[in-house]
Design a protein around this ligand. Sequence first.
Ligand code: ADE
Ligand code: ZN
Length: 343
Amino acid sequence: MRSREAYIRALPKAELHLHIEGTLEPELAVRLARKHGVALPYADVEQLRAAYAFTDLQSFLDVYYALADVLRDADDFYELALSYLQRARDEGIVHVEIFFDPQTHTARGIPFGTVVEGLHRALGEAQRRFAMTHRLIACFLRDQSAAEAMRTLAEVLEYRDVIAAVGLDSAEVGHPPSKFAEVFAHARRHGLLTVAHAGEEGPPEYIREALDLLAVQRIDHGVRCEEDPELVRRLAREQIALTVCPLSNVKLGVFARIEQHNLKRLLEAGLRVTVNSDDPAYFGGYLLENYLAVERALGLSSAQLATLARNSIAGSFLDAAAKQRWLAAIDDCANAEARRAGA
Ligand code: ADE
Ligand code: ZN
């Protein structure tokens, strides 16, 4: 009998919520630290892994930003991204929309262009070798000032041809989307698409602000929408994609246990829920593991797994023709699975 894992792997999927810095595996971090003579506050890979006992978003961000210090030249960003893209291909991901945090690097004196050069090289290679399509999304750090974000936007605009969208990440509580209304308006005037983390640790009001004040196309996380039934109805009515990250939510204490995750309820309420891995090197699994975790813990049907894959394509920034092709391929895969189950 074909396993659930084989079925999930076979479904064509898009990953829409992936911080490339969050794919930095301990082994690569230690190797790059040696390459550049960077002293890490951890003696070895074991000590590093032991530091991954997070209690909340900030406790994770402290480690994530400290480790990003090993990323120094374009080859580092290339290697980081290509490792992720190879893994993504093996898991049946056909399209990726990747976040990066420019300020984390420019604040250390790494030129914006160095980061983009390395990422772009890897994405181009994945397109040629794996026929994998992509969009690049530059995120503003919301715990920095709006003026800093505006300066970063000016650099984003210099690479307008390779950056499709801007996003908003880092410590959420106390840094509402409203703080960045002007920055996002400016980005939209230049034709950039927009997304924002909202409703991960922050209240449902932040989701409303992201929609109304930032005019985002999708909400990253968004799981706290459930505290506001009217907002849930709106998200369903407007088919706003939520890029949900189940293993991340458990690691950072948004849900105490995976069995308590609200993904299935939101899906059954008709929201455009997608599954994503966020920072897989830190949270215990890449995209396939996230699908398997919710499938096992929440008991998702084959049809619901196909809906999650469909939502990832529908919620992506692919053009209409590409979406149609992938949606048809998902139908074929789901139909074949239904026949197999019935046989
Ligand atoms: N940066 C990387 N991962 C993040 C997350 N889950 N939330 C906010 N900022 C992040
Ligand atoms: Zn995230």
